[in-house]
Design a protein around this ligand. Structure first.
Ligand code: HEM
Length: 160
């Protein structure tokens, strides 16, 4: 087993932990503490922007190390492999769900999140706050599915 393969899987797991941990940290740790804070909106805005920045780097890191995992494990990058083998099919699912994550992150970060903050400032209705909350939850769920599929892949790629 190549040391590069191990390093690549190591970083893949660290990136995954950062991505999932970050998504849990905001609603479980930061938001409850900020409820009564006078600078709530400014802090939310700044922490949101920072996590967005590192979040997108993390997603890039996951894609890069995910592809490296395949390469160092000696998997062929062929249509037959991705559509007909158990392992390849699971990777295809990961790739599809990853696209979903990119899409949800995009709308969450650049549309719902931004508009939700504007709502908070103007104490308008809370439609975007709800959308931001739910798109965040969907993204967390998708990331957990990705981690589970990854664990299955690491152990041979046979699900049932
Ligand atoms: C949110 C995104 C992702 C998360 C949270 C995630 C998480 C994980 C986790 C936890 C593992 C298990 C490692 C182990 O048990 O040793 C794994 C393995 C794997 N992931 Fe991902 N992953 C993500 C994205 C991707 C992407 C985009 C690809 C490829 C295009 C990919 C390809 C792989 C492969 C091939 C493995 C198996 C590595 C091996 O040979 O052991 N992952 N992933």
């Amino acid at each position: 087993m190549s040391i590069w393969y191990l390093i690549s899987v190591f970083f893949h797991i660290v990136f995954g932990a950062f991505w999932i941990g970050g998504m849990l940290f905001l609603p479980l740790v930061i938001l409850p503490e900020l409820k009564q804070h006078p600078d709530r909106i400014a802090i939310l805005y700044k922490t949101g922007l920072k996590f967005r920045f590192y979040g997108w780097i993390t997603l890039l890191g996951l894609l890069f190390t995910g592809l490296l995992n395949l390469y160092w494990r000696g998997m062929p990058f062929t249509w037959v492999f991705f559509s007909q083998s158990d392992y390849g099919r699971l990777v295809s699912w990961k790739a599809l769900i990853f696209l979903g994550i990119l899409l949800v992150s995009e709308t969450h970060d650049f549309l719902f999140g931004r508009k939700a903050l504007a709502e908070l400032q103007s104490s308008d209705n809370a439609n975007f706050k709800l959308l931001a909350r739910w798109s965040g939850r969907v993204n967390l769920l998708l990331a957990l599915v990705m981690a589970f599929l990854g664990v299955v892949l690491s152990r041979g790629g046979v699900l049932f």
